[in-house]
Design a protein around this ligand. Structure first.
Ligand SMILES: *Cc1c(COP(=O)(O)O)cnc(C)c1O
Length: 421
């Protein structure tokens, strides 16, 4: 279901014309549909209904507190990967019992923050981390619930930069050493083993790698239980892919995924935890930008827009494809041209699309970049001294700025000249 559609000749987000938001907020900006966010969360939640389960939104995909609160109110927990994300989740009203802490490099300071504020579990990724957590927890007189992330050495068949479950990736402990590491955890003070964690990558467009990994998790559960460990939770990670191209892309659905989970691990009586990020927010957000110039090169035409790689880095970083559509609906017999869609940043890498077929465009026209909700705003920077762009949320016929555009002064006044100047 698409929440960004043409109505009366202009693209709307739910019931709000995007041109109206652009006139008030200025371009470029990120725009999220709350109905889409809730719909995607509920697809997962209801697909897993027949099993004891909890969905933890992987908030690194988009971490604005308005998004977190919307999902938390609908029943989502949060998967955090830093002390900053933990604090954001708490600030959005998420209770500690609904926060799981993932990541390979948790510092002692971050462990203290999470233990102090309450935490459902740490997903531990190495022996030294386990040792550190044991020491920190013991020092403050607490017991830290942990799962241990295993690395199943499975090819997720996704982009190498977002594959996380192969033996050459930095994540988890090799599954071959799992028994040894769980035995070590059981002996350490201040820790309580509660389960197994696995996350093999992002933007998975096939279920088979999940099947392979979850079979290994099921087998390991039986082995660890026989060794005397209490395995009551299985954190199965996130990673379900989304359609970035309106045609051709056909990723598995949450129902397909849930059926696989039931088949592979449903018999174990564990609570199932999942950590979707991209699936929930990816297609619930767009980037809206205005064309500054239409420039004719020697043998191609450039649309130079006011959004750039610092606002949306996915095309430059991963070669990612985003559908680009005009906000004004093209007339039926519109002429199409091939454009390179580029930003103003002084790098040729600041290219969103090459030779993209679009109806003839003029300076001042608005364009929407689709599937920009995940790993968009959160990866933005101020490269070229371009202030972070605002985030806006719609709900029915209302919209609200959920992160303001900083002024140039806000941005440059963060610099401090040394006192010896
Ligand atoms: C990034 C990440 C996720 C979310 O991945 P998506 O592809 O956005 O669903 C879940 N769990 C962990 C541990 C992650 O690092």
């Amino acid at each position: 279901m698409d929440y960004f559609t043409y109505r009366d000749g202009t693209m709307c987000a739910e019931d709000v014309p995007i041109s109206k938001i652009a006139a008030e907020v200025g371009t470029p900006f990120y725009l999220y549909s709350s109905a889409a966010l809730l719909h995607h969360f509920q697809l997962f939640d209801s697909a897993l209904e027949s099993m004891d389960h909890q969905v933890f939104y992987a908030m690194k995909a988009a971490s604005n507190q308005a998004i977190l609160k919307l999902l938390a109110d609908a029943g989502a927990g949060m998967d955090v990967v830093s002390g900053g994300e933990y604090a954001r989740a708490r600030s959005a009203g998420v209770p500690g019992e609904l926060i799981v802490f993932s990541g390979v490099g948790k510092t002692r300071a971050e462990m203290v923050i999470a233990l102090g504020g309450g935490i459902r579990q740490f997903n531990v990724e190495s022996e030294p981390e386990m040792q550190a957590l044991s020491e920190v927890a013991t020092e403050i007189g607490q017991v830290a619930p942990i799962t241990i992330r295993i690395n199943p050495n499975v090819d997720a068949k996704t982009h190498s930069k977002i594959s996380t479950g192969k033996k050459e990736d930095k994540f988890g402990i090799p599954i071959l050493r799992a028994r040894e590491v769980f035995a070590m955890a059981a002996k350490l003070p201040g820790l309580k083993v509660v389960g197994i964690d696995v996350h093999i990558g992002s933007q998975l467009t096939e279920l088979e790698p999940y099947g392979l990994a979850y079979e290994m998790v099921a087998e390991l559960t039986e082995i660890l239980r026989a060794d005397g460990h209490e395995i009551s939770r299985l954190d199965l990670g996130g990673g379900l892919g989304i359609a970035y191209k309106s045609i051709n892309d056909n990723p598995p659905t949450p129902e397909d995924y849930a059926a696989l989970v039931r088949e592979k691990v449903g018999h174990l009586g564990c609570q199932i935890e999942i950590e979707p990020g991209r699936f929930i927010v990816g297609n619930a957000g767009i980037l809206v930008s205005e064309i500054i110039y239409v420039k004719s090169g020697e043998d191609r035409k450039f649309l130079i827009i006011d959004g750039a790689m610092n606002d949306l880095i996915r095309p430059a970083l991963y070669g990612a494809h985003h559908e680009i559509t005009p906000v004004q609906q093209p007339i039926c017999d519109a002429e199409y041209e091939n454009y390179d869609v580029v930003g103003p940043v002084c790098e040729s890498g600041d290219t969103f699309a090459k030779g993209r077929s679009l109806p003839s465009m003029l300076a001042g026209d608005l364009v929407a970049f689709h599937s920009a909700g995940a790993y968009g705003a959160v990866m933005a920077s101020e490269y070229n001294s371009r202030p972070l762009i605002p985030e806006v949320m719609v709900s029915g016929s209302q919209f609200a700025v959920i992160r303001e555009r900083p002024s140039l002064d806000d941005m440059i006044n963060r610099d401090v000249l040394p006192k010896w100047y």
